[in-house]
Design a protein. Structure first.
Length: 159
């Protein structure tokens, strides 16, 4: 069974969204056979990946960074999407962190990188804005020898 993990930005500029969605579908559909999708279900790239993975028939594995992870969602819609996806996950992996800190986010990203066959990164190529950000997890995955597929629309910049 192929295991695909995700790391990515919480905010993806509108002009990049169609490209990111199309590339995710292309990568996930191109794997063939049974597949597991590992995601922290964060707003943005993680939730988009989870939705598309489920659409493609993958088994969703939710990697929850901390006991109070739900407090990090900014809007009721973001939290509703998290709950909807978590309910569809075949497995939940809860990491041993009481609070949603940068260290907890890094640990979740590292767990996903360690336990996937390929990491899909929705990444603009810039350094992480905080510990556990997309750039950190991409570098971690590369350091441990995981193949990384970067998805980003050229010429688009995050604010």
């Amino acid at each position: 069974m192929k295991r695909i993990g995700v790391t990515g930005h919480r905010s993806i500029p509108y002009e990049a969204l169609p490209h990111v969605r199309d590339r995710m579908r292309e990568v996930l559909r191109g794997n063939g056979g049974s597949m597991q999708a590992l995601s922290s279900l964060a707003t943005g790239a993680d939730q988009m990946f989870a939705d598309i993975a489920l659409e493609c028939g993958a088994e969703l594995i939710a990697v929850i960074p901390s006991d109070d992870y739900e407090l990090g969602f900014d809007t009721p819609d973001e939290l509703d999407s998290y709950h909807r996806l978590k309910a569809r996950a075949s497995q939940e992996i809860w990491l041993d962190h009481a609070h949603a800190t940068d260290e907890a986010y890094y640990a979740a990203g590292a767990y996903i990188a360690d336990n996937c066959d390929r990491l899909l990164a929705v990444w603009d190529g810039l350094p992480a804005r905080g510990l556990g950000g997309t750039g950190d997890i991409v570098n971690y995955a590369l350091d441990v020898g995981k193949p990384v597929t970067v998805i980003w629309r050229e010429g688009v910049h995050r604010t």
